[in-house]
Design a protein around this ligand. Structure first.
Ligand code: ADP
Ligand code: MG
Length: 993
């Protein structure tokens, strides 16, 4: 009831939008007609005119009709013109249709325009891009891959550049100069990950303002927005680099043991299943299996979830239903003990839904016979108390034993973790499904598109676990330098818009997370596609046989077929069957995606058969070849229902573009993952029992609906995973913004010293707190401690009495003033621009080092809190409060690093020495105390940072003057650099840039 009201409402919302657009479209078309009379130059001059009017305050909304008309008219003028796009010559033959104008209005208003495949969304985007670029800000268009960014920027650039705009495109292999030039254009095309990584590099890594490439997060249109913001959003963007590993990774060492354990478990499950089959065989018609039998089934599905014998048993819908019920019973609080004891009959237990693996006592015994404590975490607190109470120990021995206990703890927890990851690698990750092995590397296959995700790695050691399983070389684990989720990246834009063929099913997510409303734009011509009912088969084998039969028949007629599969493995299996039946075909999958656009473009030709793993976000439309229309157009045959309805709709939408004929059908088997995990077994099994005979497929509208329900459940689950990820990232996101703003201030300010002194001032104030307790007299001991800290950090002396006779405020002024004055004094013997460089460097280094450590800490924390959920606490809340504390520590450490860094770094060795002498002189000159601080004291008491010669950024071909002793030389920087860095030469000045 509520849903249908919502639908009605959404429908009326949509109708209102379309109604409001109608007069605007009429106006655009009327203006466009007038423009037809203008000369080319006069039309081109419109761009400058619009820009000037906007600069004078006319709003973009007001300019919209004229601007859209100018774009449309330019498109008209270009008809018949040629342009080479991605090495192929194209002829421009497009003038915006009315529905495309409507789509353009939606995008300008920051909405998602749902427009079917082949409606020409690429062209639609030119309208709002042109309009919004009139503001002079950088407008961006996100495509799903690099190839499309290049293609679309060149093809649409033909139109936009004619109108006088500049168009750039970001490609993966580009260096920062090229990137900067591309972002400098009015309009920039590129992929979400390139944009996101550029943001991370700009804010987390760039060492000078010139190195930053992006200039704006102003207006962004995301093409195939569902694919980008929903499918890709599950993995955050991470910039990482190798860490020096302290220990050998444990995986190779544990691999054989775990393989043996998996083997044992397989045998155990074999046995359970054979007992179960016997028992079920004896069962009279209609009787329920015993609890013991259900326990066995439960054990098998938690033992080896993808055991072939188990999958075969699960073809029986009734049994699946019973298992689900049993699962529910065992999950309850009352049955906790029984569940625990049941699990202990296995070597390990796997939870397929939650992706968890757990070793049991039996498993531990099998791994390390006789060693009761193997893989059990030592109870550290108790151990520590024991050691403290043991009076027979010397302090040294006690410390030693403590360290030992800690080391054991670390080693054991590492091993437990590694075993868990290996178990998952063996039981849940299959080659050619979740990953492929190529060139001796394990590469992740994107579940949603079937493409290889080059360079991405599973985190948390899972990748190394799979590498060990496959016997390939282990790649080093990485440390995170910077990370952001796709969601939080795109939420930075002042205005966001999107286009896709399928947004409707995810409308609520777009609304909740991005505040993006979805409007459905009608098609240019009515869609006449025929969508047939799903056909359900008992087994996968039957399903594929049927698919091959259908394909062969269509192929005989000459009708092109697009076959959708759910995995690379299924594509290959189907391909083999087709080859056996002598049907020539193309396979589009993870292993050959470079050619994909070309293959797709030909998929509508007579007699073409194309197999694809998931068509979402492919971005190329399929045109029908000659005579294909008469054969009924393209036939889309899905051989499995995807987890999400949207991906299925994408596949369907590939046929019947722009009023073409076409038909679509999905085949489903009870062995499919979706059916196994989430099907509404009730309805299906009862239907099956009545009418299911081997080889006799089922077809009924009711089945479509129950499959739809299963999909909705998976979609819901995936949405909550994404939302969860976002809730966690929101915490980090606020912190990231604070840290990045400190960093950017240091980077952009002409006076980085201001940032330094600000941080110094905050730290000083923080540390003065205890000296001036609330309502009490100044604390002398605390004042002394402060002065000690001040001396070790800055080599500058303060006396406790100087503080205790002042207020906190005055003391801070005094201390910070000393630092300010001393630093200013350095300008007399160190070049001012180099000092500025150093000051900037000190802040950046402190920010980066601490932020990166913080990221690692937060990752650990996140892993840690998920364990705490056992203690009935909400892990997210735990995470938030711990994250807050960690961030406070981070900021404190950061400020402290700046304080200690600033006077430990100089432009030359002499300058450093001079500075030290000055600091001591300072002590004697200004300090009322008689004794001067000895040199040993002036040197940092805490970990001294070694003197590092930090070199300013100088162009390699710049000529510089350098000096050593009496000798002065002039030479190019590329030669001089090593002399200055390593040979003790002093850089005097830059002679020419
Ligand atoms: P979508 O992204 O919506 O699936 P595309 O932008 O790839 O669609 O365009 C599909 C095809 O339609 C392209 O080959 C394009 O040349 C063509 N097309 C788009 N708009 C027009 C138009 N106004 N007139 C003629 N052809 C058009
Ligand atoms: Mg497109």
């Amino acid at each position: 009831m509520f849903l249908s009201i919502l639908k009605l409402f959404a429908g009326s919302h949509n109708r209102k939008f379309l109604r409001d657009c109608a007069p605007v479209v009429r106006r655009i078309n009327a203006i466009e007609e007038e423009y037809q009379r203008l000369s080319d130059d006069a039309l081109r001059a419109k761009t400058a005119e619009f820009r000037a009017r906007h600069a004078k305050g006319e709003s973009l909304d007001a300019l919209l009709p004229e601007a859209f008309a100018a774009v449309k008219n330019a498109a008209r003028r270009l008809c018949g013109s040629r342009k080479v796009v991605c090495e192929h010559e194209q002829v421009w033959e497009m003038v915006h249709f009315d529905v495309q104008l409507i789509g353009g209005i939606a995008l300008h208003q920051g909405k998602i325009a749902e427009m079917a495949t082949g409606e020409g969304k690429t062209l639609v985007a030119t309208l709002p891009l042109y309009l919004n670029a009139l503001s002079g800000r950088n407008c961006q268009l996100v495509t799903v891959n690099d190839y499309l960014a290049r293609r679309d920027s060149q093809w649409m650039g033909h139109l936009l550049e004619w109108l006088g705009l500049t168009v750039g495109c970001i490609q993966n292999q580009m260096g920062s100069d090229e990137r900067k030039a591309a972002y400098g254009c009015d309009i920039t095309y590129g992929t979400a990950s390139e944009f996101g990584f550029d943001y991370l590099r700009d804010n987390g890594m760039a060492l000078s303002a010139e190195e930053q490439v992006q200039r704006d997060h102003h207006f962004c249109i995301v093409d195939e927005i569902d694919s980008v913001l929903i499918d890709e959003a599950r993995t955050p963007l991470i910039i990482s680099g190798p860490v020096a590993e302290e220990r050998e990774p444990p995986y190779p060492r544990l691999r054989d043991d775990v393989a043996k354990l998996v083997d044992l478990q397989e045998k155990l499950v074999d046995r359970l299943l054979s007992e179960l089959r016997t028992e079920l065989g004896k069962l009279t018609e209609g009787a329920e299996p015993s609890q013991d039998a259900m326990d066995k089934l439960w054990l098998a599905s938690h033992g080896i979830p993808r055991h072939p014998g188990l999958l075969r048993l699960k073809e029986n819908g009734r049994l699946v239903k019973l298992l689900e019920r049993h699962e529910g019973v065992l999950a309850s609080e009352i049955e906790k003990d029984r569940r625990f004891h049941l699990k202990e009959r296995l070597y390990f237990s796997i939870n397929e839904r939650n992706h968890e693996a757990d070793l049991t006592q039996m498993g531990r015994d099998a791994l390390r016979p006789g060693d009761l404590d193997a893989f059990v975490l030592p109870d550290l607190p108790t151990r520590f108390v024991e050691l403290d109470r043991d009076a027979s120990l010397t302090p040294e021995r006690r410390a030693e034993l403590r360290a030992e206990a800690e080391a054991t703890y670390v080693r054991v927890s590492e091993e437990i973790h590694a075993i868990g990851q290996l178990l998952k690698a063996y039981t849940l990750y299959e080659a050619d499904k979740q990953y492929v092995v190529q060139d001796g590397k394990v590469k992740i296959v994107d579940e949603n598109t079937g493409r290889i995700m080059e360079g991405r790695r599973w985190s948390d050691g899972l990748h190394q676990a799979v590498e060990s399983k496959e016997g390939v070389a282990l790649e080093p684990e990485n440390k995170t330098y910077a990370t952001v989720t796709i969601q939080n990246y795109f939420r930075m834009y002042r205005k966001l818009a999107g286009m896709t063929g399928t947004a409707e099913t995810e409308a609520s997510e777009f609304h909740d997370i991005y505040r993006l409303p979805v409007v459905t734009i009608p098609t240019h011509r009515p869609c006449i596609r025929v969508d047939e009912n799903d056909i359900v088969f008992k087994t996968r084998r039957e399903k594929f046989e049927y698919a091959v039969k259908e394909i062969v028949e269509a192929n005989r007629r000459g009708q092109p077929v697009l076959v959708g599969t759910a995995s690379v493995e299924a594509s290959e299996a189907l391909s083999r069957l087709l080859t056996k039946n002598r049907v020539s075909h193309n396979v589009l999958n993870a292993k050959q995606h470079q050619r994909e656009a070309e293959i797709i473009a030909l998929a509508g030709q007579r007699g073409a058969v194309t197999i694809a793993t998931n068509m979402a976000g492919r971005g190329t439309d399929i045109r029908l070849g000659e005579g294909v229309r008469e054969l009924g157009g393209l036939y889309v045959l899905g051989t499995e229902r995807h987890e999400s309805r949207r991906v299925d709709r994408q596949l369907r939408g590939r046929c019947s573009r722009q009023g073409d004929p076409g038909r679509s059908r999905f085949l489903v088997s009870l062995e499919d993952d979706l059916m196994r995990l989430f099907s509404n077994a009730g309805i299906i099994s009862s239907m099956l029992e009545k009418s299911f005979k081997e080889g006799e497929p089922l077809e009924h509208p009711l089945l479509n609906r129950s499959i739809g329900t299963a999909q909705k459940r998976v979609e819901g689950q995936n949405y909550s995973i994404r939302k969860r990820l976002l809730q966690y990232d929101d915490v980090l996101n606020q912190q990231r913004q604070i840290v990045y703003s400190v960093r950017n201030r240091a980077l952009h300010s002409d006076e980085p010293r201001d940032t330094v002194l600000e941080l110094v001032s905050e730290e000083v104030e923080d540390r003065l707190g205890p000296v001036f307790p609330e309502g009490g007299a100044p604390d002398v001991r605390e004042a002394t401690a402060f002065c000690d800290w001040f001396l070790t950090s800055f080599h500058l002396r303060l006396d406790p009495e100087e503080l205790t006779c002042r207020t906190l405020e005055q003391s801070r002024e005094l201390a910070v003033g000393k630092v300010r004055q001393f630093q200013a004094g350095r300008e007399s013997h160190e070049p001012a621009d180099m000092l500025r460089y150093l000051e900037r460097h000190v802040v950046l280094r402190a920010v980066d080092r601490n932020w990166q450590n913080h990221l690692t800490e937060m990752e650990d924390l996140r892993r840690g809190v998920s364990l705490r959920s056992y203690a009935q606490k909400d892990p997210l809340n735990e995470y938030k409060s711990e994250a807050y504390k960690a961030f406070e520590r981070l900021m404190r450490q950061l400020r402290n690093d700046v304080c200690t860094g600033i006077f430990r770094i100089a432009t030359s060795m002499e300058a450093l020495e001079l500075m030290m002498r000055r600091a001591q002189g300072h002590v004697t000159a200004s300090g009322p105390a008689t004794e001067s601080a000895p040199a040993a004291q002036a040197a940092p008491a805490a970990k001294p940072e070694p003197f590092r010669r930090v070199l300013p950024k100088i162009g390699r071909n710049a000529v510089v003057r350098i000096r050593k002793g009496p000798e002065t030389l002039e030479m190019k920087w590329k030669k001089a650099e090593s002399l200055v860095r390593d040979e003790g030469w002093e850089l005097l000045e830059t002679v020419s840039e």
